[in-house]
Design a protein around this ligand. Structure first.
Ligand code: NAD
Length: 478
C-alpha cells in the first residue's frame, strides 16, 4: 500500500489552519512525479495574525526561565526521536532522499533541539571590574526578539530545526516559512513542539509565495532578526531587504566545494567517501564536494576508483529498501543539471560517468562525473546543486589552493592526505567556513555550521549558533 501523506496546514497562534478557501500549491513526489498534497498559502491577514502572535508569544517566552524553555525543547527532541520513522517517510515522499538518510536527518534534528536546550541554560553574562568602587558593571544577554526564518527544501528537517531550536533556546519567538516543496516535515517538527507544550504564538509556520512572505515579514516592525538558508541570489535580495529595515540576518547560502586529493592519500578511502558524500541527497547539499582536484601522478587511478564507486550506487525511489541515491527534488534541478552537462560537453569535457536523465517516471538523473572540463565551462563557476562532480588534475599545492579559492563561494572544502604538514597548510589556506580532512561528514549539532565570502555569514550550530539570537546589554549601577 502507498505511504499516506499528511494533511497540510498553516500553524498560527497555536492553531492548525487547513486550506479552506485559501490558494494552494501542489506538493509532488519527485520519485513518481505524482501530486501528493496541496499546501495552503498564507494570506496577508494570516501573516498579520502570525506577526501579532509572534509578538505576544515573545512577551511570554522571554519571561519563561531558560530551565523551563529547555524542558520544552528536550521533550521536542524526545518526540522527534519517537516519531522519526514516520516523519522520515513523509520527508522521503516529498523530498525524495533515501529513507535511511531521511531517518538520520530527523534524528539529527532532534539532536539540535537537545543541544540548544542546554545551550540556552548557558547564556552567561559577565561582571566587569569598574573604575570606581561604588559602580557595578554587568553585561547581560537578552533574546533579540521575534525572528523571521526561511528554510529550503533540501534538508526539510534539519534546516528549520537549527533555526527554530536556537531561536527558542535564546527566548525568541519565530515565524518560519519552510520550503513549499517539503511542508509536511516542517509541520511535523512544529507538531512536536506544540505537543511538547510550547506556548501558543511562540512558533508560527506559514507557506506561500516566498517573495511576498519575506517582504511582508522583514518589513514588519515586529520582526527583529532574519535567518535564511538558500541560494546566493535570494540571499542577496533578503540581505538588502533586511539592510533597509536595519535588521541583522544570518545567511547560509550556496557552495561549490573543492576537494584536494594528494598523491599520498588513501585513494580507496577518498574515492569511497567522495562518491558517498557527493551523491548523498542526490548532490543537493550546499556542502557537496564538487570540484575534485587530484594530484597528477594519481589522477587516472583516483578517477577510475571514483567512477567505479559512483557507478555502484543504487538509484531508485527513496522509500525502496536498498536505495542509496533518490531522485532530484524538482524539475528546476533537472533542467539546471541538463544545461550544465550540455554546456560542459560543448566546451570539450569528457563524461566519465552518467550524464543523462534516467528514462523512468519521476525526476532521476544519473550520478555524473565530468573530466577534462575547461575553465570557461559554466559548471566551473556555477553551483550544480545536483548529482554532478568535476575531477581535475593539479601539479603543485599552490596551484590546487589557487583553484580551490578561485570562486566567490566559501562554504565547505575538503582534503585527503596522509601528511600532517599538508593538512595543516590546506586547513590554514583554504577559504571556507568548514573544512574536512580525510572525511566529509560535517553536519552535527555541536559544531558551528556556516560559510564565508558569498556563501554567507553567521553560524547555525555549536556554541556559536545561539549568539545571533541574542542582544548584548550593558548595565552600570551605583
Ligand atoms: P531558488 O534560488 O529559487 O530558491 C532557494 C530557496 O530560497 C528555496 O527554498 C526558495 O523557496 C527560497 N526562496 C526563494 N525566494 C525567496 C524569498 N524571496 N524569500 C524567502 N525564501 C525564498 O533556488 P532553488 O531552485 O529552490 O534551489 C537551488 C539553489 O538554491 C541552489 O543553487 C543552491 O545554491 C540553493 N540552495 C542552497 C541551500 C543551502 O543549504 N544553502 C539549500 C537549498 C537551496
Amino acid at each position: 500500500m502507498a505511504t499516506p501523506y499528511d494533511e497540510l496546514f498553516l500553524f498560527i497562534d497555536g492553531e492548525w489552519i487547513d486550506r479552506r478557501d485559501r490558494e494552494t500549491s501542489a506538493v509532488l513526489n519527485p520519485a513518481t512525479g505524482g501530486v501528493i498534497g496541496h499546501v495552503p498559502h498564507a494570506r496577508q491577514a494570516d501573516l498579520e495574525r502570525a506577526l501579532q502572535a509572534a509578538d505576544r508569544g515573545f512577551a511570554v517566552w522571554r519571561r519563561t526561565a531558560a530551565y523551563d524553555r529547555a524542558k520544552v525543547l528536550r521533550r521536542t527532541a524526545e518526540l522527534l526521536r519517537e516519531r522519526a520513522d514516520a516523519i522520515a517517510k513523509q520527508l522521503t515522499l516529498e523530498q525524495g532522499k533515501a529513507l535511511h538518510e531521511a531517518q538520520y536527518e530527523v534524528r539529527s534534528s532532534a539532536d539540535y533541539f537537545e543541544w540548544f536546550a542546554e545551550e540556552g541554560r548557558r547564556v552567561y553574562g559577565r561582571t566587569v571590574p569598574s573604575r570606581r568602587p561604588q559602580v557595578h558593571q554587568r553585561v547581560h544577554k537578552e533574546p533579540i526578539g521575534p525572528v523571521a526564518a526561511f528554510a529550503p527544501w533540501n534538508f526539510p528537517a534539519i534546516t528549520p530545526s537549527r533555526k527554530i531550536a536556537a531561536a527558542l533556546a535564546a527566548g525568541c519567538s519565530v515565524i518560519i516559512k519552510p520550503g513549499e516543496e517539503c511542508p509536511a516535515t516542517a509541520l511535523a517538527i512544529a507538531r512536536a513542539l506544540d505537543d511538547a507544550g510550547l506556548p501558543k504564538g511562540v512558533l508560527n509556520v506559514v507557506f506561500g509565495v516566498p517573495d511576498q512572505i519575506s517582504r511582508h515579514l522583514i518589513e514588519s516592525p515586529v520582526i527583529r532578526k532574519v535567518s535564511f538558508t538558500g541560494s546566493v541570489p535570494v540571499g542577496r535580495v533578503l540581505a538588502a531587504q533586511a539592510g533597509r529595515a536595519l535588521k541583522p540576518i544570518t545567511l547560509e547560502l550556496g557552495g561549490h566545494a573543492p576537494v584536494l586529493v594528494f598523491a599520498d592519500a588513501d585513494l580507496d578511502t577518498a574515492a569511497h567517501l567522495l562518491a558517498a558524500n557527493k551523491f548523498r541527497g542526490t548532490g543537493q547539499i550546499c556542502l557537496s564536494p564538487t570540484r575534485i582536484l587530484v594530484q597528477r601522478s594519481v589522477y587516472e587511478s583516483f578517477l577510475d576508483k571514483f567512477v567505479a564507486q559512483t557507478q555502484a550506487l543504487r538509484i531508485g525511489d527513496g522509500l525502496d529498501p536498498g536505495t542509496q541515491v533518490g531522485p532530484v527534488s524538482n524539475e528546476r534541478r533537472i533542467e539546471a543539471i541538463r544545461a550544465l552537462v550540455a554546456d560542459a560537453r560543448a566546451c570539450g569535457a569528457t563524461v566519465r560517468a552518467g550524464g543523462e536523465r534516467i528514462d523512468r517516471p519521476g525526476l532521476f538523473w544519473q550520478p555524473t562525473i565530468l573530466a577534462d572540463v575547461p575553465a570557461h565551462a559554466k559548471v566551473m563557476h556555477e553551483e550544480p546543486f545536483g548529482p554532478l562532480a568535476i575531477v581535475l588534475p593539479f601539479d603543485s599545492i599552490d596551484d590546487a589552493l589557487a583553484e580551490a579559492n578561485r570562486l566567490p563561494y566559501g562554504l565547505a572544502a575538503y582534503a585527503f592526505t596522509e601528511s600532517a604538514r599538508t593538512a595543516m597548510r590546506v586547513s590554514n589556506e583554504l577559504e571556507a567556513g568548514m573544512i574536512g580532512i580525510n572525511h566529509a561528514q560535517m553536519i552535527v549539532c555541536e559544531l558551528p555550521f556556516g560559510g564565508i565570502k558569498d556563501s554567507g555569514h553567521g553560524s547555525e550550530g555549536g556554541a556559536e549558533g545561539i549568539q545571533s539570537y541574542l542582544n548584548t546589554k550593558f548595565i552600570s549601577q551605583v
